[in-house]
Design a binder for this molecule. Structure first.
Ligand code: HEC
Ligand code: HEC
Length: 457
């Protein structure tokens, strides 16, 4: 009899397991026709971060963006639920939804570029965003990323509220760790977004972001990482288009929906057009300017979507061709870090970095980033770098800044910018290790005088 009883308790468990296996539980496939959800989270209008600091990091279990903190500091939040049909005459909410489906399809069968927009598919393929790669990237994303970054890349996957810093919302097109040369645009024109190079995305995936919950995926191998990076761009471009159109709609502002802001200066416009033509290989530089502007200002969501995706794809292609130049290391290689260089780097750091990295980052004030979430200027005595610890990674951070966190690129002067850049890198590398600092620098960073200044009571 006792044996019978144990069989009774065992049997339902076995049945459940068998059923789970048969029903495909454990496989993480999505039906091809399951759609990406439309954006419902607020659009944070942060053209520049507010001056006043956030009160802290959100408590565990709370979302990364705390609306009350932002509105108390004069930041506007636009709610997609309150979108009106104005100022577009067509039923534009549905049109936007349809456009997103037609250009990006579904998570189970993603693509980039609608079948009736073959030019976009050509650009997407040039960028490596082919349907087969996206399908593989999406499959891996579902297995490895969705619990943190969410199905649409909104950064609110199931475990996100318990993680600090929170997983990234990939839907604005902003990335932190980039190594792209900056486009110089004439004043009065919206700057192009700082796009990452393909390599930057792969680096973040391969190494993870140290000191955060974003793990390393190095074990996957290059081909899988390439596919995931392609899918990250798919999600990001989809989200960015949705974000931009909603932003324009909620501001009731057709201007936001123009790729080029019209400048009173025709001359400037021509220069700008030439620049886009050469850097982004866009349009015929000799074409008529009025015609050019007319084409950029969108007559409809459909035309706008196509133009916008076209532009973003070209920006990514241009980014891949424009790595930030890295000057040669001006000191003997494979030697201990030269004391003169560390001292020179320290001087630059005191002039340009301490207002954010207060007390070398040990007492940094919190800030808002471009997403409206909270970020702390890194504690640079800790030897922990999200964007990588190779000297060249530090060089990229210094020479390019971290645009979404409003960390500016360093001013490296005109005399010998290469040397100044590497001096800062050398200082940063020595900073966490008191024994590597020249004694006067060590005194200033770790000595009792720092305590007397009240820097660290
Ligand atoms: C355990 C949670 C977690 C998982 C799993 C995870 N991420 Fe992340 N991811 C994060 C966090 C947290 C950040 C943001 C860190 C920050 O900005 O400080 C991030 C940031 C990123 C970034 C932004 C990098 C930049 O330059 O700004 C990308 C891209 C990214 N993740 C892609 C992925 C992909 C693709 C996967 C799956 C292969 C993945 N992540 C898996 C937590 C996660
Ligand atoms: C306007 C504020 C600001 C200034 C000025 C600033 N930083 Fe930062 N810095 C930040 C913020 C914010 C972060 C954190 C980014 C994050 O964690 O996502 C950061 C992070 C860093 C990191 C860590 C990058 C990583 O991979 O994790 C380094 C290195 C750094 N800053 C160096 C510098 C240097 C050197 C200077 C001066 C030339 C400087 N910063 C000036 C705001 C600033």
């Amino acid at each position: 009899m006792p044996q019978m009883q144990s069989n009774v308790t065992w049997f339902p468990a076995a049945l459940l397991m068998a059923l789970a296996t048969l029903s495909g539980c454990g496989r993480v496939e999505w039906n091809d026709d399951l759609e990406y959800p439309d954006r419902t989270s607020s659009i944070v209008v942060l053209d520049k971060p507010p001056d006043q600091a956030p009160p802290g990091f959100p408590l565990p279990g709370r979302p990364a963006v705390v609306p009350e903190w932002l509105t108390a500091r004069g930041v506007t939040l636009l709610n997609p639920a309150s979108m009106s049909e104005k100022p577009w005459s067509d039923n534009w909410k549905n049109t936007l939804h349809d456009e997103l489906i037609s250009h990006f399809a579904t998570p189970g069968k993603p693509r980039l570029g609608a079948p009736d927009a073959p030019a976009l598919t050509v650009l997407a393929n040039e960028l490596g965003l082919t349907e087969s790669k996206l399908a593989e990237g999406a499959r891996l994303y579902r297995r490895l990323c969705v619990q943190c970054h969410g199905m649409s890349g909104d950064g609110v996957g199931a475990s996100s509220a318990w993680l600090s810093p929170a997983p990234r919302d990939l839907r604005t097109g902003d990335f932190k760790f980039i190594s792209t040369a900056e486009h110089k645009l004439p004043s009065g024109f919206q700057p192009l977004k700082a796009r990452p190079r393909h390599e930057d995305l792969v680096r973040s995936l391969r190494s993870g972001l140290e000191g955060t919950s974003m793990p390393s995926f190095a074990l996957l191998g290059d081909e899988s990482l390439e596919a995931i990076a392609a899918y990250v761009l798919h999600l990001s471009i989809r989200g960015e288009l949705e974000f931009t159109v909603m932003n324009g709609a909620l501001r009731q502002d057709r201007e936001t929906l123009q790729l080029v802001t019209k400048s009173p200066e025709q001359e400037e416009l021509i220069r700008y057009k030439r620049l886009l033509s050469t850097t982004l290989e866009w349009e015929d530089p000799e074409a008529d300017v009025d015609d050019f502007v007319a084409k950029q200002s969108s007559p409809s969501i459909k035309a706008y979507a196509e133009k916008y995706i076209d532009r973003v794809l070209r920006e990514y292609i241009a980014a891949n061709k424009n790595p930030l130049p890295v000057p040669a290391y001006p000191y003997p290689e494979n030697q201990p870090l030269p004391a003169t260089s560390i001292t020179a780097g320290h001087t630059l750091f005191k002039a340009q970095c301490v207002n954010c990295h207060a007390d070398y980052g040990r007492q940094s004030d919190l800030r808002f980033d471009i997403w409206g979430s909270v970020v702390r200027p890194a504690n640079l005595t800790q030897s922990q770098y999200k964007g990588g610890r190779r000297p060249v990674d530090l060089y990229y951070r210094i020479a390019r800044g971290i645009p979404p966190c409003a960390m500016p690129k360093a001013n490296l002067g005109d005399t010998d910018p290469g040397r100044a850049g590497w001096d800062l890198v050398n200082f940063l590398q020595a900073l966490p290790h008191p024994d590597q600092l020249p004694s006067d620098v060590r005194e200033q960073v770790y000595g009792p005088s720092r305590i007397k200044l009240g820097a660290n009571p």
